[in-house]
Design a binder for this molecule. Structure first.
Ligand SMILES: *Cc1c(COP(=O)(O)O)cnc(C)c1O
Length: 392
């Protein structure tokens, strides 16, 4: 058996072409000829199965240590296909800080299905236990939350879920299988927005699901085919190509993020840093136990005398944009961008202040990134008459 970094590059060898191509071809054909009317064919129609997509699906299943993988046209489509395995009257427990699009899907779309939900702080195991009801079927959460990077224990949550006969569903977009393998920690289903780190280049929208049993595989496959939100062969190829460099990209993301944190810790222009790599918190402890690294996102609050909007507007290299996990650094103001749907009061309640900034640290030269941050902080700092300290 080959190891993870090798599997990233090679996937599961497929020798179905006559050319010797080293990469799986992009099969654009929508339909496949039957050798005879009696034939039992593997592929008949591209929504139901496509060799390029299948290669990626088998590869992500291999990387996550699961039974089967599925590729969708977006992360949200993947989440939809998983949640659509539940039926009216079922109850699921969800993390309070899950991705906004997931929250909308559950609260505005699945509400019409009569899918009952209870949002909890999944860091609090007692709160999870208290939320379990007779009709509870699953716990759905993100181990690292957005944007505050609060860490929940997959191990502890999966244990509670097993004791109560519930499924553990993990959206692991922020970590990828390079940094954490939730199935090995006890989860049943892993979901990714492959739009982020897995594809890694801000050029494809995609979603992936991996399950740990044949029974779940059948249910998710049924929904994938029935709902039809499949990943195109062209995009499956882009995600496959992204996966090949996931290891080297993540190594640089991690190294750069650590250096950005080091710098922010020394800067008087920064009030607070949210990064699970910083020792001394319970988040850090769990991350050390369950992850192979702390990720490429760094969230921080600028000091009161720093204007967050002037700061982001003055960055020259780091681009002001939503999304994350790509080779290029992206920065955003959660209160104005990713979390703008929340009222000011709701934002405050979950810790999203106007000073809060989320940085997706890219793989550029760290000196250029730090220089960019420093010059923009300087421009954004209102020097009070009393303050004599040099900024940054
Ligand atoms: C982006 C994201 C999604 C949604 O994925 P899309 O590919 O945009 O549909 C889901 N979960 C998390 C954690 C995300 O960051």
């Amino acid at each position: 058996m080959t190891r993870f970094l090798t599997d990233l590059v090679h996937g599961k060898k497929q020798n179905d072409n006559v050319t010797g191509a080293v990469n799986v071809p992009v099969y654009t054909s929508t339909t496949y000829a039957y050798p005879s009317a009696q034939a039992n064919v593997e592929y008949d129609y591209s929504r139901s199965g496509n060799p390029t997509r299948r290669f990626l699906e088998e590869q992500i299943a291999l990387l996550e240590g699961g039974v089967a993988g599925f590729a969708f046209s977006s992360g949200v489509a993947a989440i939809h296909a998983v949640l659509a395995t539940f039926k009216a009257g079922d109850h699921i427990i969800i993390g309070k800080q899950i991705y906004g699009g997931t929250f909308r899907l559950i609260n505005e779309f699945f509400a019409k299905w009569n899918l009952e939900v209870t949002p909890v702080d999944t860091r609090n195991i007692a709160e999870i236990k208290k939320a379990i009801k007779v009709n509870t079927k699953a716990i759905y959460f993100e181990p690292f939350t957005n944007p505050l990077l609060q860490v929940s224990s997959v191990k502890q949550i999966a244990r509670v879920a097993k004791e109560n006969n519930l499924l553990t569903i993990v959206d692991n977009t922020f970590l990828t299988p390079y940094l954490q393998k939730p199935l090995a920690l006890g989860a049943d289903i892993v979901i990714h927005s492959a739009t982020k780190y897995i594809s890694g280049h801000s050029d494809v929208v995609a979603g992936l699901v991996v399950v740990n049993s044949k029974e779940l595989a059948q249910k998710v496959y049924f929904n994938q085919n029935a709902i039809g939100s499949v990943l195109s062969p062209e995009n499956a190829n882009l995600v496959r190509r992204g996966l090949q460099t996931l290891g080297v990209r993540m190594d640089r993301h991690l190294a750069n993020a650590a250096k950005v944190v080091d710098f922010l810790q020394t800067s008087v222009a920064i009030k607070k840093i949210y990064y699970p790599g910083i020792a001394g918190t319970k988040d850090h402890e769990i991350a050390v136990n369950e992850c192979n690294g702390f990720g490429g996102l760094v969230t921080f609050e600028v000091a009161e005398n720093v204007d967050p909007e002037v700061f982001v507007n003055n960055l020259k290299l780091i681009q002001l944009a939503v999304s994350l996990g790509a080779v290029e650094s992206l920065i955003e103001l959660p209160c104005k961008m990713t979390h703008a749907e929340l009222s000011q009061e709701e934002q405050q309640k979950v810790g999203i202040t106007p000073q809060l900034i989320r940085l997706s640290v890219g793989i550029e030269d760290i000196s250029d990134l730090l220089a960019d941050i420093k010059q923009a902080l300087q421009k954004a700092t209102v020097k009070s008459v009393k303050s004599t300290k040099a900024i940054a």
